[in-house]
Design a binder for this molecule. Structure first.
Ligand code: FMN
Length: 183
């Protein structure tokens, strides 16, 4: 089973990217979690450039990676009480044409972390709302890490690893359910 991991933060020391790496480490045998590195190359959404068969190369790559994945795991920070622009922009590209969106009917779990007290739960909720508009099967299971600079200062501890494992297990179960329904 292949899970595509997408971080809403581009910075090198991102706590959200760390969470995705933790989820990859926590995943059981048979579940491969691959981190997507190309979000920064995706241009701002422009409907004039949204031509099927002639998309910007970075958008083509992103949509192909989403399509090839069995499930998607997103981890997002909160920027000014909302979704970081790069993540929303990438999801906007992935949303058209709506009936053919590569996330349509695909299981997606959303994690969050922030240096604030709430761990980015607002941004995660908004990300789930956007994913709903795209027709994704968005899971309620989540992990939110508040005060991430303190909590993750020494890496991901065993308790957090277990929480991440629970989300990965739920995502894998949703992928299996989807496959069973399609069979
Ligand atoms: C532009 C900007 C806006 C932010 N707004 C919020 C916010 O509304 N709520 C919050 O909890 N943290 C906010 N933060 C702090 C981020 O949660 C913090 O920088 C976090 O570590 C970013 O995630 P990352 O480590 O994955 O890059 C903001 C940070 C930036 C750069």
């Amino acid at each position: 089973m292949r899970i595509l991991a997408v971080s809403g933060s581009l910075r090198r020391g991102s706590h959200n990217t760390d969470l995705l790496r933790g989820a990859a480490a926590a995943a059981p045998d048979g579940i491969e979690i691959e981190l997507y590195h190309g979000l920064k190359e995706i241009p701002p959404y422009d409907a004039d450039d949204d031509r099927p068969g002639d998309l910007p190369a970075a958008v083509e790559r992103f949509k192909a990676a989403l399509a090839e994945a069995d499930g998607i795991l997103i981890s997002t920070p909160e920027y000014n009480s909302s979704i970081p622009g790069v993540l929303k922009n990438a999801l906007d590209w992935a949303s058209r044409p709506l009936a053919e969106s590569p996330v349509r009917n695909k299981p997606v779990a959303v994690l969050s972390s922030s240096t604030g007290m709430l761990g980015g739960v607002g941004a995660a909720a908004e990300t789930r709302k956007v994913l709903g508009a795209l027709g994704a099967r968005t899971l309620e299971e989540t992990v939110a890490v508040p005060k991430a600079d303190v909590r993750l200062a020494n890496g991901i501890d065993a308790e957090l690893l277990a929480e991440l494992r629970a989300v990965v297990d739920a995502l894998a179960a949703a992928v299996d359910t989807r496959a069973a329904l399609a069979a």
